[in-house]
Design a protein around this ligand. Sequence first.
Ligand code: PLP
Length: 483
Amino acid sequence: MQMQHITHTTDILEKAYDPSDFRKVGHQLVDMIADHLENVQSKKNHPVLLYQDPEDELAYWQKDFASDSDILEVFRNILGHSISVHHPRYIGHQVAVPALVASLSGLVSDMLNNGTGVYEMGMAANAIEKIVTDLLAKKIGYTSEASGFLTSGGTLANLTALLAARKAKAPSAVWELGHQEKLAIMVSEEAHYCIDRAARILGFGSEGIIKVPVDDHFKINTGLLGERLDKANSEGFHVIALIGCSCSTATGSYDDLDVLADFADKHDLWFHVDGAHGGAVVFSEQHKHLVKGISRADSVVVDFHKMLMTPALNTGLVFKKAENAYKTFEQQAQYLWDAQHTREWFNSGKRTFECTKFMMAIKVYAILKTYGEEIFEQNVDKLYKLAMVFARKIEAHPNFELAIHPQSNIINFRYIHTEEKDLNTLNAEIRQALILSGKFYIVQTRIGGKLYLRTTIMNPLTQEADLLGLLDEIERIVDVLGL
Ligand SMILES: *Cc1c(COP(=O)(O)O)cnc(C)c1O
């Protein structure tokens, strides 16, 4: 290995840019990653995660840092000390299992390091970004008046959309004058926490986030919208936006977007859809009914790095009317752009929060070029079908119960076969034992004060047998540990 033991002579700078070292290490690294994937994807006994306590993990890397391990060894150890989302028994957080061609695009992006905010610093990336976001706009059902861009995550995309909403709907020019009146948004109490955070960043305060209760299916209770709006108005709030969840984070429930759109129309509110996770169904003929009405939204967020097989961060934010995207951040940055007021899709930094931005678009593009857009449809359909199968197995099993029948690939359930033990404690112990076993990765959540085991089926390589295996393993844990 050439890169190891580099002495600190003047030639280390040249070494850092030596293509022949890159070639040699790169080939070995690709082989190592491919071997790792083969193990993780096909050997059931390979752990999803070799859990270590944080202090032990830190000590491990402190020791490594002081050692003379070479860079390939370091990469190997990083693989071994990281959770493997490609493992079919990874059924945890809502993180994409990246299509491998997208990971290769990441290498291209990280080498070119184009900033992409201005056209010259990312010609290909800016043009490709338009193609990718135009496709997303088309799938949403928008007309050619729509336009969008990619940004660093659903959190930032939701904040950006609400900034646009404030620009469009606040009575005063907040961007120039600061807040002149009390502003508010309306959203389901089951919304992702980033909506709450965005509203606070916008200066709306706790009172400016009107959290509308949900119904029995964890969807926003649309029957309460009118009274909540009246109440806010009577307290002197100017409500600027209504947000729909497609789907909610804890239970994966889809709000009724058509009803929300009607309400937003009637009261001149900006209608935003947080489809970070479940907006991906726009690619599926079978499941797009879940977001019926989405094309009536003023803005929509969809994470490519959740159900669309792309490494994080990679989020599409699309506006029904392009002009709104351009107005959000109107300000002078003479050294970047001569004219702020022209609509130049190719200078993406005019519309994004970020200044420097990595070449997100090429990862999505690589997937589309290699497999066609039907791969997204197949992925969504596969994950949702597996979820329905799993839910039915849980329902039919006397020792388990579902929190709610799933509408998406998020399934919350718990083990209930006990007479003595508190169910919350029992299920927390089950999860702990599962994680330590390395056999499965799932998470936990609280719904209405009850602790549930939470699974999100993200990996299309997960099979029904893996899901049944999870239930078996839970029963075995209860048995063996005497829980
Ligand atoms: C994941 C998620 C977010 C946050 O997106 P990030 O990309 O993690 O920043 C927001 N809303 C919903 C509904 C989500 O599922």
